[in-house]
Design a protein around this ligand. Structure first.
Ligand SMILES: Nc1ncnc2c1ncn2[C@@H]1O[C@H](COP(=O)(O)OP(=O)(O)OP(=O)(O)O)[C@@H](O)[C@H]1O
Ligand SMILES: [Zn+2]
Length: 670
């Protein structure tokens, strides 16, 4: 077929002329042009969605090319949104494609901007951005299709305010995390050393100059081992010397200074706490020069204990504590010989690294990172696609493993573990993208009874399972709010006036928040005469007006600009007419069990975030916030503290089952 008309014949036959014609006028926002986004863009272009805005903040990376088929090698480092749109545009000349290279969380993409669209499709890879889009769609009352893949698993969830669960209605599972003490002092598995290296050591040496005192004070108050805290304090002070050496050009022994502190002095300090090693295997301080000249013996008896260093008593295929010349040839104490690498494993990343190799890698990566700091980079954090940081984490986690008698890992394995990589399967992305279109069509047809949550599961006989839509969770702090958009000149509008107008003469008692910052409550009205701008409540943000009696839903007020041409001397804000009234709050049902996780797309390119965060239990509505006049915030009760923790990428627990304690000292793996 050659003409545009013939091109759409199949789509028209499948969709029917009515829906097909409707699609030509449909305005769709596609957020994310990665693995799912590329597939989905191709689908919606070919289906005939007439107006597509494609937004992505990232540029193309070499590692994207295996599955993000709209990109070629020549496109590396170009904007994903722009290149994807350029490649897909010729697939269907009837489609108007608008690419945007930007972050969906930027304030210019406010509620009014979202309201321009008929439907939003998420193709994101992190919880934070997903939550944001979910909230904007709730505020703008725009249907959303949420999706994610992880390896062979996938999920598609249509979301419509007041009709279905929103993305935040269901708690998310917690990520795997470890107690601080395990990470800091008593690692027993390779992952403990990797987390230490990536989330602690790298930051201490190359990250922001953080004052660890507060953290340690808090740990002390919580009754953690005082001697251990004193040791950690000493450790923190000593880091300053190393940081200075790393930032001083011409200092050619910074790597040795860092090594001696971290792998020798700190370990000796820990060994001096004899109690700690009564029932557990003590670590062995490493010796820089002896490792380099091959005379270092890993299995020498440790000062404070007669227990030999064994790698958990098991032979490991990788040559557990193998390494220096002296180590090989001994098979004692549970050590094994470094097996000669099979030919396929001779690849640089998959080679077992000797202790000497690791030290050399530590030196070279430390020097590379130090010279980056000296050349003006302010802070460096882990990115698995940044060779310098990956080399540093590989070397330092393996050196730590060696000191603690833990199995060492190859660079490849460490990349997988530190980057939290689940292989991206192009086929899963393709299936999910097809299902997104089907659910989007149900939403546009308003065939709400036909909408389904769909899971791709690892069951060859039943690869897809569908779940009927659930009603919104009455306790949800996002979709149960009553949303209002106001147009506002925030430099003139005063908090008290805006709140009073929004309450429409209702004299009930309320507290007012922006995110977790409390701006006023019935006994504290100091901010009422201040402008919204002076309180940092500007375009794209939300004011939350919370009923003190907890009987009416929270008013969630989004801020947009005044319309063009609005008289400068008129009232500095415009309310919608009629003014929406908050709904009566229904009592939340008893807590639900944690349902299977909405599958997330796991980044192959950079750690989450998502945290990439990502995947941390979210409980109920964001109710309590913190009183605030400026910007800093402090300790919060659940659930908003949990939300904040999650945004900060924090959590630290023994097991996934364990409940998150409000005051837990936490470190997240990813
Ligand atoms: N806040 C955001 N605003 C806009 N785009 C975002 C935002 N957060 C994530 N994205 C985009 O969502 C896309 C998710 O796609 P995908 O999961 O395939 O990630 P990727 O980075 O392309 O690949 P990988 O992480 O697997 O290497 C990415 O292109 C990413 O840039
Ligand atoms: Zn909800």
């Amino acid at each position: 077929m050659s003409t545009a008309k013939e091109r759409t014949a199949h789509a028209r036959a499948i969709l029917g002329p009515e829906l097909h014609a409707q699609l030509a006028h449909t305005k769709v926002l596609l957020v994310g042009a990665g693995g799912i986004g590329c597939e989905l863009l191709k689908n919606i272009v070919l289906t005939g969605f007439g107006h597509i805005t494609l937004l992505d903040l990232d540029t193309i990376d070499l590692s994207n090319l295996n599955r993000q088929f709209l990109f070629r090698k020549k496109d590396v480092k170009q904007s994903k949104a722009l290149v994807a749109a350029q490649t897909a545009a010729p697939f269907n000349p009837n489609v108007q494609l608008t690419p945007i290279h930007g972050n969906i969380k930027d304030p210019q993409y406010d509620v009014e901007w979202f309201q321009k669209f008929d439907i939003v499709l998420n193709a994101l890879d992190n919880l934070d951005a997903r939550r944001h889009v979910n909230k904007m769609c709730m505020a703008a009352q725009i249907p959303l299709v949420e999706s994610g893949t992880a390896g062979y698993l996938g999920q598609v969830q249509p979301i419509l305010k007041d009709r279905t669960e929103c993305f935040d209605c269901v708690p998310k599972p917690t990520p795997k995390s470890f107690p601080v003490c395990t990470i800091r002092s008593t690692p027993s598995q390779p992952i403990h050393c990797i987390v230490w290296s990536k989330s602690y050591l790298l930051g201490q040496l190359f990250g922001e100059d953080e004052d660890a005192t507060g953290e340690l004070d808090e740990a002390e108050q919580q009754g953690e081992n005082a001697q251990e805290i004193a040791t950690l304090r000493k450790e923190a002070q000593a880091f300053n010397l190393v940081r200075t050496a790393l930032r001083t050009s011409g200092s050619n022994n910074a790597a040795k200074i860092a090594f001696d502190k971290v792998f020798n002095a700190d370990i000796k300090n820990l060994l001096s706490m004899t109690d700690m090693w009564r029932n557990r295997q003590a670590p062995l301080p490493l010796d820089y020069d002896a490792i380099l000249d091959g005379s270092f013996e890993l299995d020498q008896p440790v000062a404070s204990t007669s227990a030999p260093i064994v790698a958990n008593g098991v032979s490991k295929p990788n040559g557990v504590v193998n390494g220096s010349k002296k180590e090989s040839g001994r098979g004692t104490n549970g050590h094994v010989e470094p097996a000669a690498p099979p030919p396929a494993a001779a690849l640089k990343d998959q080679r077992a690294l000797s202790l000497q190799d690791n030290l050399q890698l530590f030196i070279s990566s430390t020097e590379r990172l130090a010279s980056r700091l000296q050349n003006g980079e302010e802070t460096i954090s882990f990115d698995k696609d940044d060779d310098d940081t990956l080399d540093f984490v590989t070397a330092s986690s393996n050196l730590r493993s060696a000191a603690y008698g833990i199995e060492r890992k190859t660079r490849w394995e460490i990349k997988e573990m530190a980057g939290n990589i689940i292989p991206a399967i192009a086929t899963t992305n393709a299936i999910v993208s097809g299902l997104i279109v089907l659910q989007a069509l149900q939403l546009l047809r308003k065939s709400y009874d036909k909408m389904r949550n769909i899971h791709i599961q690892f069951k060859p006989a039943v690869p897809l399972s569908t779940i009927n839509m659930s009603a919104p969770n009455p306790g949800c702090g996002i979709c149960r709010d009553t949303y209002i958009n106001i147009q506002c000149d925030t430099s003139r509008a005063k908090l008290g006036d805006v709140v009073e107008a929004l309450l429409g003469g209702d004299e009930r008692e309320v507290s007012v928040f922006e995110e977790k910052r409390m701006l006023s409550d019935p006994d504290w009205l100091d901010n009422n005469d201040r402008t919204l701008e002076s309180l940092n409540v500007t375009k794209g943000k939300f004011l939350a007006i919370v009923d003190e009696e907890d009987e009416l839903a929270t008013l969630s007020v989004s801020i947009s600009d005044l319309p063009p041409g609005y008289p400068p001397d008129a009232l500095p804000f415009v309310l919608p007419s009629p003014l929406p009234k908050p709904t009566q709050k229904s009592k939340p049902p008893p807590p639900r069990p944690v349902t299977p996780p909405p599958v997330r797309k796991v980044s192959l390119k950079r750690p989450h975030p998502e945290p990439d965060d990502d995947d941390i239990v979210e409980v109920g509505p964001a109710a309590k916030r913190v009183k605030q006049t400026g910007s800093a915030n402090c300790d919060l009760p659940s659930p908003s503290k949990r939300r904040r923790l999650e945004e900060d990428g924090l959590v630290m627990m023994d097991s996934v089952q364990e409940k998150l304690e409000d005051d837990d000292d936490v470190i997240i793996i990813d």
